[in-house]
Structures are given as structure tokens and as C-alpha cells.
Ligand binder design. Structure first.
Ligand code: TYD
Ligand code: MG
Length: 463
């Protein structure tokens, strides 16, 4: 039986409440609860026994014929993956697109999500692709595909937003890959709330998830990100899908980073780097060289870090500018780095090394528009700030990696060998790294290590 009831759902996290509240009980955000009417289907399993008319005790109800299985009876077939040949994309997906997987591709409007999905047409030309477009007309998608030079036979276009029609079309066509652009435009006609609302996004995704697993088809859902940075619609979406990819980058820069935030079939935090060109997205095979291309030599406040993004080392320039504060409260701005982590590092610099930053404006920028949130970036940030504060350039042939503790100690980082190899590969001569990492370490030819225990030693070593 189905009945309609009203409830209030948080636009951020999807938490629901029976009545309106100012603050979401789930994520503590203010003014995010909106009213939604949703039919709730109540299915109560009934235990049928000889007493109430059944022959033997068994459950009747909403179960689709599946039974619990012993572990040994579960058949494991090698799941085939579709490799696109777009190496950056395949790596982020964990080695290709898993058969029957549901992937969410999230990003700011205009960042290039539709372009990336259209590119799949070029690389999976011998497979059947269904491109459901809810935002653009079929003509618009066709024009883009033409601009990208994609074979006009590459995919089937379906301008539709009704989820039932989409399911029917997919059942009919049996595609290998289905793209839904975007999930915010799709709706279930039996729900009263508007497309893009929490309920619609969640319920449409549930229906598409069912289809993905039952057909099976590899499905990509394109999702927009809100200003606050979360995927519009409920957080619950992230739990429903197998893989969450973020497509990010500065719209004024040509670089785009595709990042796996979650991947049931591969390493999370894996990244792929692309460049947006006139004729589509081009893979960047050596992103470190790209990120260092515009590096400022001999300037204070510039330090090169070797960060690990997933399984890949990445050399990036960290820039800091420290100037006396012109107004009462000094400003702290961090671009591509966690602002609170910057505050913490400033406090450590002040308390442990006597760097009086409290009356200084501090601006931090990770060059190239990438975002780094690995602990090993700490040391480079601290050194860049100190370098700008003292107006002394850091040694430009040195790469830095290390986590900074609250006591000013330098803590070990992961995967040092890979970081060293990347530094060598790009022609750096020295690596400043935590002392704890240097035990039994094989050092590539031509590279000198500068092991440090304390922040003070690191400052002395490069400034
Ligand atoms: P799009 O894929 O439509 O973004 P999204 O789907 O994430 O909203 O891409 C939008 C931008 O990309 C648009 O401003 C134009 C630019 N672009 C290029 O620079 N080169 C290209 O080949 C294409 C197709 C788009
Ligand atoms: Mg788009």
C-alpha cells in the first residue's frame, strides 16, 4: 500500500525530520530543511506458518527471490572492465570502467563534465553508448560531438528527463554504457517534488541503480556541485553509487583534474589530469612538468612540494605571500589548501620558531589550480610562509615533503621512493624529507637527501 506523507528533508545531507526545524539534526546546517511530499511504500513481510494458511514457515513479501548463500556458493566471475584507452581516465576508474557500475561525475557547472562524457564516445566507439541529455537539446550535444571530431555513429542520444522513459529506453537498447546528464534534471513522475529536489534526485538514482545492476550497464550520472562544494542533492547519493569522481579545476585555467573521491573498484584519491583545449580534453601525461612550467625562480615564498595524489606523485609549486596587515584582523587566504590547516601551521611557526605572523596577512596559493590535501604538503606550506616572511628565497633545486606536528616535529610520510623518483625525473637535486623516512631508503643517483626532525632544521636547510 502507498500513502503520501509530508516530511522535511535537508538539502545538504538528506536527513529527514517529521516537522520543520531551523537546524538540520543530521549535519547541523542552518536553513537547509525543505518540505517534501513523498509516497512511502509500506511493505511488511508476513511470516506464513501452517497456522495462518501457509504450508511451512517462510517469508512472503518484498523479496525478489534471492536467498542467503553460503560464502562458498557465491560464484565469482572475473568482472570485465571496459578500457577506454584514455589512460588518465582509466586509471582514475581503477583500470577501466567496471561492468555494471554506477559512477557519479560531479563538478561545478561549466567545468567540462559533459565534454568529458562526450569524449567517451570517441574512445568507446565499438560499444553501444546511450547519452541521456536533460540539460541540452540533442542538437547541442551533436554540435559538441562534431566539434570534438567524434564519429556521428558513436552514441545514441536521448533528450529525456522522465526516469521511466529512460529505464524503458535502456531496456530496449541494452547499451554497454549509459550517461545521464544530469541527475538533477531527472524526475520520477509519481513524486510531487520538483526535479533537482532531494527526494527526486535520490529516488531517480535508486531507480537508475536498479537498472545498472539488473541490465547490467555501466552508468555515469553527471551531478552539479553547489556553491558550498557538496553535490547538489543528498549526501546519500555518494553512498548509493560505486564511484564518485570530482572534475575540478579553475575555470580560468586550462587544467582539469579528475579525482576519485570514492571507488569500490580501485584506489580512492587517484587523479587524472587533462587540459581543456579548443577541440576537447587532452590528457596530460606529465602533470608535474605542467604545474612547474610557470614557476617563479629566485622569488621568496615559493617552495616545490612532492605530493601523492592517489598512487601518483605530483610536483607542485606552493606560493605564499606574507605582508603586514593593513587592518585590524589579519587575513588568511588559502587557495587549493585547507585554510584551517594553514592557521594551524601559522600557529606552530609562531610558537615553535618565533615567526610573528599574527600581525601579518598570509595568502597561500597552490599553483596551477590543483587542490592538495595530503599531510605531506604541510612542510612546504610552512617553508613557503617562512620564506616570504623573511623575504629569503628557498633553494630552487629542492623538493620538500613532510608532515608538521603541533610540537614542530617533522613526521614521516608515505611512499617516499615514488616521491624521490619523481623529483629526480624532473631534474631536482635535493629532497628535504622527514628523518624517519630515510632508514633503508634507496636514493636515486644524483639526488641528495636533507633529512630533518624539526621544523627549525628545515628552515635552516633551505632558507
Ligand atoms: P561543459 O562540458 O559543457 O561543462 P559542464 O557539462 O561541466 O557544465 O563544458 C563547458 C566549457 O568547456 C565551455 O565553457 C566551453 C568549454 N569547451 C572547450 O573549451 N573546448 C571544447 O572542446 C568544449 C566542448 C568545451
Ligand atoms: Mg553539461
Amino acid at each position: 500500500m502507498a500513502k503520501t506523507k509530508t516530511r522535511f528533508v535537508c538539502q545538504d545531507c538528506g536527513h529527514d525530520a517529521p516537522r520543520w526545524v531551523g537546524q538540520c539534526p543530521g549535519c547541523a546546517a542552518w536553513n537547509t530543511m525543505v518540505e517534501e511530499a513523498t509516497p512511502t511504500t509500506v511493505k511488511t513481510p508476513v511470516l506464513r506458518t501452517p497456522k495462518n494458511g501457509g504450508s511451512s514457515p517462510r517469508l512472503a513479501g518484498a523479496y525478489g527471490g534471492t536467498r542467503p548463500q553460503r560464502l562458498q556458493d557465491v560464484s565469482v566471475r572475473e568482472q570485465p572492465r571496459l578500457t577506454t584507452g584514455l589512460a588518465e581516465f582509466d586509471r582514475v576508474m581503477g583500470g577501466g570502467i567496471m561492468h555494471g557500475s554506477l559512477t557519479l561525475v560531479a563538478g561545478d557547472p561549466g567545468i567540462g563534465k559533459s565534454t568529458l562524457m562526450t569524449e567517451l564516445g570517441r574512445h568507446l566507439a565499438e560499444h553501444t553508448i546511450l547519452y541521456v541529455t536533460g540539460e541540452e537539446s540533442a542538437q547541442q550535444v551533436k554540435l559538441r560531438a562534431e566539434r570534438l571530431g567524434i564519429d556521428p555513429n558513436a552514441f545514441y542520444l536521448f533528450p529525456e528527463t522522465n526516469v521511466e522513459a529512460i529505464l524503458a529506453a535502456a531496456q530496449d537498447l541494452q547499451p554497454d554504457v549509459m550517461i545521464v546528464d544530469s541527475i538533477q534534471t531527472v524526475f520520477r513522475p509519481d513524486l510531487t517534488s520538483a526535479p533537482g529536489s532531494v527526494t527526486q534526485v535520490r529516488e531517480s538514482t535508486a531507480a537508475l541503480l536498479d537498472l545498472t545492476k539488473s541490465l547490467p550497464v555501466s552508468t555515469f550520472l553527471v551531478g552539479h556541485v553547489t556553491k558550498a562544494g557538496s553535490i547538489a542533492g543528498p549526501r546519500v547519493l555518494e553512498h548509493m553509487v560505486d564511484t564518485v569522481l570530482y572534475f575540478e579545476g579553475d575555470r580560468h585555467h586550462a587544467y582539469r583534474v579528475l579525482r576519485a573521491m570514492k571507488n569500490r573498484f580501485g584506489a580512492a584519491h587517484e587523479i587524472g589530469v587533462f587540459e581543456m583545449r579548443e577541440r576537447g580534453l587532452v590528457e596530460v601525461g606529465n602533470p608535474s612538468a605542467l604545474f612547474l612550467a610557470e614557476r617563479s625562480y629566485g622569488q621568496s615564498g615559493s617552495v616545490v612540494v612532492c605530493a601523492m595524489e592517489g598512487t601518483r606523485p605530483l610536483l607542485v609549486e606552493v606560493q605564499a605571500l606574507v605582508t603586514p596587515a593593513s587592518y585590524g584582523t589579519p587575513q588568511r587566504t588559502a587557495n587549493g589548501f585547507d585554510a584551517r590547516r594553514l592557521q594551524l601551521l601559522l600557529a606552530v611557526l609562531e610558537k615553535r620558531e618565533g615567526l610573528r605572523c599574527s600581525q601579518q596577512d598570509v595568502f597561500l596559493n597552490i599553483a596551477g589550480g590543483v587542490r592538495l590535501d595530503e599531510p605531506a604538503v604541510d612542510l612546504a606550506v610552512a617553508l613557503a610562509v617562512a620564506s616570504s616572511f623573511r623575504d629569503v628565497p628557498a633553494d630552487s633545486s629542492t623538493v620538500v615533503a613532510g608532515e608538521v606536528g603541533l610540537g614542530g616535529e617533522i613526521r614521516a610520510v608515505s611512499r617516499v621512493e615514488q616521491r624521490l623518483a619523481e623529483a629526480r625525473h624532473l631534474g631536482f637535486e635535493q629532497v628535504l624529507l622527514p628523518k624517519a623516512n630515510t632508514k633503508n631508503l634507496e636514493v636515486p643517483n644524483g639526488l641528495t637527501l636533507l633529512p630533518v626532525n624539526r621544523l627549525g632544521q628545515a628552515l635552516d636547510a633551505v632558507l
